[in-house]
Design a protein around this ligand. Structure first.
Ligand code: HAM
Length: 411
């Protein structure tokens, strides 16, 4: 029997792998320019980190973790998200002693045991950015702008941006009590799922598809109307910066994120091109998380985005170009010269492939088109350079003259 990749996982084939690498380079560039440095944490962590960090009542912890025991009987979990690990590392390495804020970005595999469907996998890839050690609203706004830029650069726009504020745990606790009382009084109209978890997480009711629940939620009290003045001011400052930067967004008080660590700002980018799994990326502030994990009181804010979803949304913008230049071999004895020409052109920083499958000239020109080459260098008794867009073919006096002609053609 032929073996297959496990359900909800996938192989990254060369075309997609290239697009992912481009995205990773964009992330390194865009985030690097804003002062975010690359960072890595382990792919598995103690299960307790996620139970405490992400929250016992969340779907992630209750249903979606890949948890296993090591040989000593310790419970480990494949990371379902990156923020808890970053905060653990911040506390573990005493990063509060560094100049604040500490700004980090990461890229790597994450694991959630969800029902696979388009855009939803059991192993997926996130790019994420976190800023720890400051509650300055400019960080919230900066991070939102950075994610918007990455989505735009990937060709995955337009994306709808929703923002909200969840306040502090204290306001939230008082609000949750108010909401629970409100929901309890209307229990009969709610879905079974919402009813069962009413005490654990009544906010999830805002997320429900169930028509009865939705009707009840229309008139439910909203947390945004209950924020204390400091949180309301913080949210106003974030919005002001977004407005001044010309960012389009909707304030959506029903925005619920699937993780329990958030305080104050939360946000999510949704693609207008994807179906059910439209969330390209999201995040928010988590001003209590480092402390909850045993570190010093440290505010933090960040986001993560799903690479597979960004690439799905950018599908139309697919660019099949593998090479700028194709080096063709006009007669078998010219193989060595063609090889050297290929190396020479690569030194120019160009992407260059040469004929390596024994094709005839017609087949080679077809291959040049297939890889997206804009110029083909034909090495035989002499050297010719063919402009693949116009079809013009000219002879070069020397190898160096050919290099110059290629540069002019490729631009
Ligand atoms: P999250 O919203 O759970 O946030 O995940 C971020 C993004 O990861 C989602 O918007 C989605 O694009 C992608 N994603 C999540 N699950 C899957 C899946 N099963 N298949 C494919 N893509 C998926 C977090 O993980 C937080 N750590 C974000 C954050 C960072 N908040 C503060 N800092």
């Amino acid at each position: 029997m032929r073996l297959q990749a496990p359900r909800g996982t996938f192989d990254v084939l060369p075309g997609d792998a290239r697009r992912r690498l481009d995205l990773q380079r964009n992330a390194a560039d865009v985030l690097g320019r804003a002062g975010y440095g690359p960072f890595e944490t382990p792919i598995f962590e103690d299960t307790e980190l996620f139970a405490r960090g992400v929250g016992e009542a969340t779907d992630i912890v209750q249903k979606e973790m890949f948890t296993f025991e090591d040989k000593a009987g310790r419970s480990l979990t494949l990371r379902p998200e990156g923020t808890a690990g970053v905060c653990r590392a911040y506390a573990e390495h005493g990063m509060h002693k560094l100049a604040q804020p500490v700004k980090l970005w990461y890229w790597g595999p994450f694991f959630r045991h969800e029902a696979p469907q388009a855009g939803r996998f059991r192993q997926f890839t996130q790019v994420g950015a976190e800023a720890l050690g400051s509650d300055d609203p400019s960080l919230d706004a900066e991070l939102i702008l950075l994610l918007a830029e990455l989505i735009e650069l990937a060709g995955a726009g337009p994306a709808r941006l929703r923002v909200s504020s969840l306040g502090t745990p204290e306001t939230r606790a008082a609000y949750l009590e108010e909401l629970t009382t409100y929901l309890r009084a209307r229990e009969g109209e709610l879905s079974e799922d919402v009813r069962e978890r009413l005490d654990q997480n009544p906010l999830r009711a805002f997320d429900a598809d169930h028509p009865g629940t939705r009707a009840v939620m229309e008139a439910a009290p909203r947390l945004l109307d209950r924020l204390d003045p400091a949180d309301a001011d913080h949210f106003a400052a974030v919005r002001d910066l977004l407005d001044r930067a010309g960012v389009q967004y909707d304030v959506d008080s029903t925005l619920v994120r699937g993780l329990d660590y958030y305080t104050r700002t939360v946000f999510e980018f949704e693609s207008q091109r994807l179906g059910a799994q439209a969330a390209l990326g999201g995040g928010g502030r988590y001003d209590r998380l480092v402390e909850e994990l045993g570190g010093p009181a440290t505010p933090g804010v960040g986001w993560a985005a799903g690479i597979e979803r960004i690439l799905l949304a950018a599908e139309d913008a697919r660019d099949a170009r593998v090479a700028d230049v194709f080096v063709a071999i006009a007669k078998p004895e010219s193989g060595g010269s063609a090889f050297l020409m290929t190396q020479r052109l690569r030194q120019e920083g160009l992407r260059v492939v040469m004929e390596q499958a024994g094709r005839g000239m017609k087949g080679q020109l077809k291959q040049a088109n297939r890889v997206g080459a804009r110029a083909t260098v034909i090495v035989g008794d002499g050297i010719d350079v063919k402009d693949m867009d116009s079809g013009d073919q000219r002879a070069a006096d020397s190898a160096e003259a050919a290099v110059q002609m290629v540069r002019e053609t490729v631009g």
